[in-house]
Design a protein around this ligand. Structure first.
Ligand code: DAH
Length: 338
């Protein structure tokens, strides 16, 4: 070995020591380089054979090796001890369980929209949509609603500048749809509606409805009855029936209110149906000929039925929710149960 070789070995030893991963690896390197049977004693032994003239320089090189390696061992030892100390103090505990993101659920209102549209889809209906900001024409006039009808009152409807309003009913989609689709028509239209209602347990100024419209040759009240009976069974359970009570809506003639027999007591009477055996579900009827005419349909050629129901009401009945406000507070702990 010459001086250059010794300096090379020194460099390599220092690199290895700096990279020692733990105390065991460090100790092995210490033994290998400066231990009693290591490289240093072996090189010292070799110094005897070096010619006297070269001895001082060789001795200095060996000393650089000894001092450098000894210092590097000590330095690395301190660094490794510090790392171990930090881990012990719990600065980074690998055994802790991770933080799981909470899994969300479909909101009850969305669940009901999905479920009702799915039932009607299987009956051949498609889903149609309309704007929340409507014209007075589509929300009222096209639906045969006279200018002095109570529902047009400022106290009931949110009017916007420029003759617009926030639609009070999804029925507005009926007229829009018929205007640009010739019969036959079979649609359901879910969406938001707005009324100037003071909020309480059963009212909200913003709520959801789903509208239905079926127009073809010879559609009758019997079709409405049988289709709603089917819907009642699909939505609420096999034993549930529908019943009609006469009513008035400007856009249907005849008009009915539709009740479903109580899914909880089977019609015997319980708290859910207020001991009547029946639950009011929706308004419906046969489309008024005036509505057809305004939409450009020939009332002599086609007939049709229409219905509209409140989604929140359905959700409250099916899930036993006692206050409509619960549906908008969006307390995930409450909603997670549905
Ligand atoms: N639009 C009515 C309401 O909001 C509900 C309704 C009744 C819709 C009869 C209809 C219908 O399509 O034929 O109270």
């Amino acid at each position: 070995m010459d001086i250059q070789d010794i300096d090379d070995v020194t460099t390599r030893a220092l690199t290895e020591l700096a990279a020692a991963e733990d105390q065991t690896a460090l100790e092995a390197l210490r033994v290998k380089y400066i231990g009693r049977n290591g490289l240093l004693p072996e090189l010292m032994q070799g110094l005897k054979a070096v010619p006297p003239a070269d001895k001082p320089a060789m001795g200095q090189a060996l000393n650089r090796f000894k001092v450098g390696v000894t210092a590097a061992v000590a330095e690395r030892k301190t660094a490794l001890a510090a790392v171990a100390q930090t881990a012990k103090a719990g600065a980074f505990d690998l055994s802790l369980p991770g933080r799981w993101p909470r899994r969300g659920r479909v909101h009850p209102i969305t669940q009901l929209i999905d479920k009702t549209t799915e039932i009607f889809r299987r009956m051949g209906f498609t889903v149609a949509d309309g704007p929340d900001i409507e014209t007075e024409y589509y929300n009222f006039d096209a639906l045969n609603t006279p200018a002095d009808h109570v529902s047009r009152d400022l106290a009931d409807t949110f009017y916007l500048p420029g003759g617009m309003l926030l639609r009070t009913q999804t029925s507005a989609v009926q007229a829009r749809y018929m205007e640009c689709h010739p019969p036959p028509v079979r649609i359901v239209c879910p969406g938001r509606c707005y009324r100037r209602d003071t909020t309480d347990a059963t009212h909200s100024a913003n709520f959801h409805q789903i509208e239905g419209l079926y127009v073809d040759e010879k559609v009758s009240l019997a079709d409405l009855k049988s289709d709603l009976d089917h819907f009642a069974r699909e939505l609420m359970g096999p034993g549930v029936k529908s019943r009609f009570r006469t009513h008035f809506f400007p856009f249907t003639e005849p008009s009915v209110e539709v009740d479903f027999s109580c899914h909880m007591c089977g019609g015997k009477g319980c708290r859910v149906c207020k001991h009547s055996g029946w639950i009011e579900i929706m308004g419906a009827g046969m489309v008024d000929p005036n509505v057809f005419e305004l939409a450009g349909y020939d009332p002599e050629a086609v007939t049709g039925y229409a219905f509209g129901m409140g989604i929140e009401r359905l959700a409250m009945i099916l899930f036993g929710i006692d206050d409509i406000r619960r549906l908008y507070e969006n307390d995930a702990r409450y909603l997670a149960q549905f």
